[in-house]
Each structure stands twice: as structure tokens, then as C-alpha cells.
Design a protein around this ligand. Structure first.
Ligand SMILES: [Zn+2]
Ligand SMILES: [Zn+2]
Length: 155
């Protein structure tokens, strides 16, 4: 099996946080969830999956904020750039923000997720799959593992 992960570098705006990782450039995804919207201040975040165990911070570590019961976001404490999303249970879901990469032009988005909260004025003219949270079984499972629905309500 060929390895779909390639070695990349990236970091924050002020360059205090720098990283090396192996990432999957060709299966990036737009997440339109409300948490990603608030966290980024943008209509969607674009995540690039990291091969588990390969993400290394080579200067300062980011600060981490637990943004939901299933996810923690790492950002630069100096400039605020969003760097990484991690889940305590799903190492394979670790992802870096597309534009934290030194060469984000290499990223190829493959799908849109959580499109039930996609903003009506944010339309992209692509033919990628558009997946609602309730149609994403792994996501439902992850939320139910912490006793919540995908909308953060008690089960
Ligand atoms: Zn910074
Ligand atoms: Zn999201």
C-alpha cells in the first residue's frame, strides 16, 4: 500500500510555533460546524489530516483550548493563529489548518462536512460530497461516546 502521507512543515503567522508532520494533502475537508466558524472567525475551516504520531512542534508548543468534549484546538499564544485540532480518542482525526502549512496550495479538498450549518452566502462551486453531521456515523459515534448527540445535547 502506498503511503498517502507526505512530509510537510508549517506554523503560525508570527513563526513562534513551527511544526513538522506527515499529512494527507489529498483528503482535506471543509468543516462548516459552528465551533469551527467561531474558532476561526471564518465561514469554514479546512482541515488536513495528520498521520498519527508524526506531528512535532520544533519551536514553541501551541496553547490548547478544549473547544468541545471531543476536541481540543491548538493555537499560537502570541499571534492567535489556529494550528491544530486533536481528539482524545481519535488520533487519526488529528488535523492541521490548511493555511498553517507553508505550502497550502498543495492541499486538495475532498469533501464538505457539517453542512447543516453552512452559511447561505458561502457557496463553493465544486462537486465535492456534502455531508450533514447526522449522516456521518463516525462523528455520531464519537459524540455518543461522551453521552451527547452531534448537536451537543444529552443523549
Ligand atoms: Zn504565532
Ligand atoms: Zn468543525
Amino acid at each position: 500500500m502506498s503511503d498517502k502521507f507526505v512530509a510537510v512543515t508549517g506554523g503560525c503567522l508570527c513563526r513562534a510555533v513551527r511544526y513538522e508532520a506527515e499529512v494527507n494533502l489529498c483528503e482535506a475537508y471543509y468543516c462548516h460546524c459552528k465551533t469551527c466558524q467561531k474558532s476561526s472567525g471564518a465561514p469554514a475551516e479546512i482541515g488536513v489530516f495528520v498521520k498519527p504520531g508524526t506531528l512535532k512542534f520544533t519551536k514553541e508548543d501551541p496553547k490548547f483550548f478544549q473547544s468541545s468534549p471531543i476536541g481540543t484546538r491548538g493555537f499560537c499564544q502570541h499571534c492567535g493563529s489556529r494550528i491544530v485540532w486533536m481528539s482524545p480518542n481519535r488520533a487519526d482525526w488529528t488535523n492541521v489548518s490548511a493555511c498553517s502549512l507553508d505550502h497550502p496550495e498543495r492541499v486538495v479538498p475532498a469533501e464538505h462536512i457539517c453542512v447543516e450549518s453552512q452559511l447561505p452566502w458561502y457557496e463553493l462551486a465544486d462537486n465535492l460530497p456534502r455531508i450533514r453531521s447526522e449522516d456521518y456515523p463516525d462523528l455520531i459515534d464519537e459524540w455518543s461516546s461522551v453521552g451527547l448527540t452531534h448537536e451537543g445535547q444529552p443523549l
